[in-house]
Design a protein around this ligand. Structure first.
Ligand code: AMP
Ligand code: TRP
Length: 383
């Protein structure tokens, strides 16, 4: 079945045409280049990569293309002296009320998923945020620095308050101070680089500001302001409403592709993706958000698609109708998701191994956080 699928894939029309025209170029991963450029121009101490994802359900294709794929690339391409730390941020997850049993289950499944995408717990520290109390302690200390004016201007908070009619009764303090915890996450490990999707850029700018402000008040070099690495797949949009980003919480399950979706589910979701009735295939995110989102997904779905950019990709696909393009996109996505899903199905059964990984991650992350927290406590006079 798999072999037949590969043959079909290789034989598709545009691919044959592209091979004939010699138009295959290496897939250019912007983020890795960005990171390499930094490596080449600096003689600074070794790098520390940190990132996090909320364990609030099975990650979707937006999470994968916008973040998780980069986590693995960085792991596999970093020099041996780089530390990589990836967290399941369960304390962020409870800023919205969660069913306790479900959260417990999601934590386990999310850990299994991080291994299934290719994180190697021997190389990367993988841990549950709430296992490392240093995050919340630093958060409190930073809360005493954080400007409420700045926090009130954060997009995510403003989006929430926009619909609030009862004077903030339902809006919780944890949601307001969410970016302070995120700042503590990265700062407590002395992160130098933080790979995320575009929606997190503002939170990380806040983390940089708070680190610099803290250093100004308490002496330089206590905290390190990290670089944000925005993934080349900045923003993958919903399949049913391409004006909003693909998200775990959208009420329509057809709006997202999950990393556990079957081949058929992927085909069916992409087949029914909202597009438009303009002629031909063009990449115009403002005018044709649905088609452009499919091109983004296709472009970022791995080494299978090797064109310079989405405009070039649209040109390759020019002769095909939308139905055929959707089939191409579905095949590319299936090639990304299938091996992850298959690995996940095995890993998630192995409870003992998952417990061991979580335990080791906890110990390593606790040790990693000790130094900065000690420096901060001393700087503010707590000892
Ligand atoms: P979350 O699921 O909100 O914890 O997000 C985890 C990571 O996935 C973050 O780095 C986000 O920026 C990234 N991400 C989430 N949704 C998308 C999306 N639709 N497109 C690109 N990146 C995304
Ligand atoms: N706020 C991020 C999100 O919702 C998750 C997150 C928490 C994170 N702490 C982090 C991401 C630290 C990067 C670094 O996606």
């Amino acid at each position: 079945m798999f072999a037949r699928h590969c043959v079909q894939r290789r034989d598709t029309l545009w691919r044959q045409a592209a091979i004939a025209a010699g138009r295959y170029t290496r897939f250019n991963n912007g983020l890795t280049h960005q990171y390499r450029a930094l490596s080449a121009t600096t003689t600074n101490p070794p790098k520390t990569i940190f990132s996090g994802i909320q364990p609030t359900g099975v990650p979707h294709l937006g999470n994968y293309l916008g973040a998780l794929q980069q986590w693995v690339k960085l792991q596999n391409e970093s020099s041996p002296d780089t530390t990589l730390i990836y967290s399941l941020v369960d304390l962020h997850a409870i800023t919205i009320r969660q069913d306790p049993a479900l959260l417990r289950q999601w934590k386990k499944e999310s850990l299994a998923m991080l291994l299934a995408i290719g994180l190697d717990p021997k190389r990367s520290i993988v841990f549950h945020q709430s296992d490392v109390p240093a995050h919340t302690e630093l958060m409190w200390i930073l809360s005493c620095q954080a400007s409420t004016g700045y926090l009130g201007r954060m997009t995510q908070w403003k989006d929430k308050t926009a619909n609030e009619k009862d004077g903030g009764e339902k809006l919780k303090l944890g949601l307001f101070s969410y970016p302070v915890l995120q700042a503590a996450d990265v700062l407590v490990h002395g992160a130098t680089h933080v790979p995320v999707g575009h929606d997190q850029a503002q939170h990380l700018e806040f983390a940089r500001q708070i680190a610099n402000g803290f250093n100004e008040n308490y002496g330089k070099d206590v905290l390190l302001a990290p670089e944000t690495l925005i993934s080349p797949a900045k923003r993958i949009m919903s399949l049913t409403d391409p004006s909003t980003k693909m998200s775990k919480s959208h009420p329509n399950p057809k709006s997202r592709i999950l990393l556990t979706d079957s081949d058929d589910a992927i085909r069916s979701k992409i087949k029914s993706a909202v597009t438009d009735s303009f002629d031909g295939i063009t990449y115009q995110p403002d005018r044709r958000p649905g088609v452009s989102n499919l091109l983004d997904i296709f472009f970022h779905s791995g080494e299978a698609v090797e064109t310079d950019d989405q405009v070039a990709l649209a040109k390759h696909l020019e002769g095909l109708n939308l139905k055929a393009v959707k089939e191409e996109v579905a095949m590319a996505v299936i090639e990304v998701v299938r091996p992850i899903r298959e690995r996940y199905e095995n890993i998630v059964q192995d409870q003992k191994m998952l417990d061991r990984v979580a335990e080791e991650g906890k110990e390593k992350a606790r040790r990693s956080a000790e130094m900065v927290l000690g420096r901060v406590r001393k700087a503010v006079g707590l000892f």
